[in-house]
Design a binder for this molecule. Structure first.
Ligand SMILES: NC(=O)c1ccc[n+]([C@@H]2O[C@H](COP(=O)([O-])OP(=O)(O)OC[C@H]3O[C@@H](n4cnc5c(N)ncnc54)[C@H](OP(=O)(O)O)[C@@H]3O)[C@@H](O)[C@H]2O)c1
Length: 335
């Protein structure tokens, strides 16, 4: 059997180029005792993929040239020589950018069937971005009713869930996003209190208008100038949850920190970064609450699904141009 795989061909310099990854056919081996053969159905594309391709270790080991591109997947077990798993089970795991994966039965999470949710939801709201949003907001920022929260990247996979959970908790939520369509979605469907298009509006003025009593909390997905503008509006004792810094991921030079860092001192701000892996052992807490909110119609999500493994690179680039509308996912095979 043949297996199509995306291989890291070069470390990107700046924006990802088409030849940084190459699609190749390889021979699929027979499985050994203890192993399972999984057919990948959905592939999660995430901003973190860019960092993994850089050749530098971060919170995970660095990828090497020639490696199969790393990525979260949902797949179906086609054959099992592992007593814990059987044919036909659906699993979520790090299956990589490929059609098939042979796994030793490690790091597999069974996806509940008959949950009423479609499979891509387990890569978005009921997957890594959902856990990130839940704990990055509730554990790091500890929101209180009536407080004002600003969310950057607010219409994205993580930001859209953060915005809605904060509304559920009674906060005043202002979302920042890069298109009018995304801002309208935030206002009309997700019911945030204000939305700012940072590409067409004056961010500084709009933050002043929409946060007349200042900002108590900031959930940061992007960093850079957007973060600087929010820092200027903080109240004394404000809190920042640093989730992502996507505005700098394609940069070849180290980005300077916020130029108004002095505000951290003057306004006695608390700044905390976090990685979703820190909360893996508590994921169930998030899933219990979020499945309840979904069932009650209080939590919505949008998946942006592109067909075909061959379109993985062009789809990944959409995260950096802002063309994705919701969680970016590639459908590798029909479910
Ligand atoms: N800490 C963790 O464990 C963890 C886990 C998951 C994700 N993250 C981080 O969370 C952030 C959001 O991830 P996601 O999966 O939810 O992605 P996403 O928001 O669904 O997609 C990325 C979005 O970022 C925005 N963007 C791209 N370049 C930008 C720039 N230069 N300036 C401002 N905005 C820019 C675009 O939206 P616009 O159209 O609005 O510009 C784009 O749609 C990323 O920084 C990611 O690395 C962290």
């Amino acid at each position: 059997m043949q297996n199509k795989q995306w291989i890291l061909n070069s470390f990107p310099v700046g924006e990802i180029q088409d030849n940084d990854l190459i699609l190749r056919d390889s021979e699929l081996n027979a499985i050994n005792d203890g192993e399972v053969l999984i057919k990948n159905i959905y592939l999660s594309l995430d901003p973190a993929n860019r960092g993994w391709m850089s050749g530098r270790a971060s919170y995970v080991d660095a990828m090497k040239i020639g490696d199969i591109m790393r990525g979260g997947t949902i797949g179906i077990i086609k054959e099992s020589k592992n007593e814990k798993y059987k044919e036909g089970q659906i699993v979520q795991y790090q299956g990589g950018w490929q059609e098939y994966c042979i796994n030793e039965g490690k790091g597999l999470r069974l996806v509940p069937q008959n949950s009423g949710l479609d499979l891509p939801s387990f890569l978005s709201v009921m997957g890594m971005p959902g856990i990130t949003a839940y704990f990055g907001l509730l554990d790091v920022l500890k929101p209180m009713e009536g407080e004002t929260l600003v969310v950057s990247g607010a219409a994205g996979a993580v930001g859209s869930i953060v915005s809605q959970i904060a509304k559920i908790k009674g906060c005043n939520v202002i979302g920042i996003a890069g298109t009018e369509e995304k801002c309208n979605w935030l206002l009309r469907d997700l019911k945030v209190d204000g939305a700012i298009n940072y590409k067409t509006e004056n961010l500084k003025d709009r933050l002043k208008d929409l946060c007349p009593n200042g900002v108590d909390m900031y959930f940061d997905n992007v960093g850079g100038e957007i973060t600087e503008a929010v820092i200027n509006r903080f109240n004394i004792g404000g809190r920042m949850s640093i989730c992502g810094q996507i505005s700098g991921y394609n940069s070849e030079t180290v980005q300077p920190g916020p130029r108004n860092w002095i505000n951290i001192l003057v306004k006695r701000l608390k700044v905390q970064g976090f990685i979703v892996f820190d909360y893996q052992s508590r994921a169930k807490e998030a899933f219990i609450d979020m499945s309840k909110w979904i069932a009650e119609g209080k939590l919505h999500h949008k998946n942006h699904i592109v067909d075909g493994l061959e379109n993985a690179v062009s789809s990944l680039k959409m995260l950096f141009s802002g063309e994705n509308k919701g969680k970016m996912i590639v459908r590798i095979a029909n479910d």
